[in-house]
Write a protein of this length. Sequence first.
Lengths: 100, 625
Amino acid sequence: MDSTRLLLALAVTLVSLGFVGVMVRRNALVLLMCMELMLNGVILSLVTFAARSATLDGAVLVFLVFVVAAAEIAIAIPIVLLLARQRRTLDVGAWSELKG
Amino acid sequence: MNLLTLVVLLPLAGFVLNGLLGNRLGRGFVSVIGCGLPILAFVAAVRAFMQLDGAAGAALVESAYTWAVVGDFTFDVAFYLDRLSGLMTLIVTGVGSLIHVYSTGYMKDDPGYARYFSYLNLFLFFMLLLVLGRSLLVCFVGWEGVGLASYLLIGFWFEDPAKAAAGKKAFITNRVGDTGFLLGMFLIYHALGTLDFDAVNEAFQGPVPPAVSASLVGVLLFIGATGKSAQIPLHVWLPDAMAGPTPVSALIHAATMVTAGVYLVARLNGLYLQAPEASQLIAVVGVATAFFAATIALVQTDIKKVLAYSTISQLGFMFLALGVGAYGVAVFHVYTHAFFKACLFLGAGSVIHALGGEQDVRRMGGLWRRIPFTFWTFAIATAAIAGLPPLAGFFSKDEILWYAFASERGGSPLLWAVASFTALLTAFYMFRLLILAFLTPSRMAHEVEHHVHESPPSMTAVLVVLAALSAVGGFFHVNVFLEPIMPLPETDHALEHLELPLIVLAVATGLAGLAAAVYLYRGGLERADGLARRYSGAHRLLSGKYYVDELYEAVLGRPLHWVSERVFLDIGDRRLIDGSLHGLAALAQRGAGRLSRIETGSLQFYVWLVVLGAFASLAWVWGHG
């Protein structure tokens, strides 16, 4: 089993773990972490393919994803903090009335 | 110097200056511009007329501007001055200038002074465009333009809904006639490829007749003329047009604009000479209009309404002359009518001014001592319109009656008889007006009587000039002057020995009208009221103006209302357009209501949906890859 397969398997594992986490957990912080996990799985697959095709496109895309992920977390964490302060809980179910 | 262009553009400059600056620069400026530029235009018109005389009958043509080039045809804004348009230009600018001067007195205290003069100048501009235009197209622009100016001035006091409605009525009634004008113009262009008056006349007089029925074109253009010149069946707007200021009634609705239809037919005499059926129609409509309008005028009590119906009646006389081929005679009557009718209207304006707005002759009387200038000028003009010699109206009306009797182009004793009877009625109702307003003992309210005053010199001077012209204008025989371009029709030689007796009879008719009016109204209203009570049915019919307005309302107005209310508003607008839009909106709203149910508030469910969507699109791409 060569390293490419190994790395791709790892990427799939990461994404699946993250997905399962998002589906079964209700804690907002854990949800965010699981989403990061999925993102990392995707980034890993990107890097793997980039290395295999010996071009820079994949690497550039990876940096783009980093930047977007950082920005997303920078906004998401304060939102979660504010919500938690309001209701004294991190359960996302507590906010379901926001559906409109 | 392009003299004709100058004549046309001077009033336009007045309109622009007064319209833009008049309210800021004050009344002095408005009066100088508003009267000065028309007077300059009159001077320029006189000079152009002299040049025309020097040119030995050849017409002056000036091309001012190329409007449009379509294929190998160019639409030029060109001006054409021959004896006919020259005479009309002199009437328009001359009488127009006089009425401008009169207006400085009449409208002195009106807050819309600048607006009034700019509209009046705008009217002159369009009227000159109409008269001087070489092609039917330029004439049509002027034709529509004078309609616009007429609308603006009838509704000048637009705060009064009745006056605004009168303006609309005039405008819309004229639109009906304009349809005929446009269709006739299209036919001429289709058949001849030109719209120039001289070319059209030449083509219809040429050896090869054009491939279009002259009578059809003639009737269509005559429909346009009935609109502008208030002939049956489109006469209903002119009496209502008296809602405008009285000088406007004098200038637009008596002396100039309403004669545009006569001018159009006279201008196209080459065409109408080839259209005996159309000419016959014109003669019949003309004499019928003259008669019916005169009968209505017998019982009207509003001084301006009497004059309005008298205008319609006199226009009928002009069309009668046109219909029997005596084009020059019709223009002769246009010319004399411009003087005496302008004088009558301005005199009526002076009376209204003196009485502080009173227009009902039943509440006048005894004015002749109080406002002598107005009385004497009004009396001269009344005698002129009644056809008493040697005043202007006698000459032109007598010529009309003679050609109606003896012309080889459709004259007949019947036309003459109706026209003569109408002349009798004319003399009667005009002297009735004169006697009731000026001579009988006063029936004025005490308050009004106290304030009666003669008008300022700017008004009386104009009255004197116009009365003088009404007195002596007839000695300039326009029909002879115009004979080189508009030959008079042959008359029946067997009838020629009757010409002198007929003149005597015409004079006797006028005197009979005078005598009847004196007999009936000498002592005030009692005798006439008794007569009205005895023939109350006829009196109601006449004061109801034959119920033509009511007939149009029932036949045209109400069905149109019904159709627009029921069909266009209810079905078209409310159901079809509003309904489909509201339906679409409701559909979107209901659909959105259904879809919003899948928003449960559970994040996990949303993620499921996202993942499902992602897989579905992947599968779709796979399948169609």
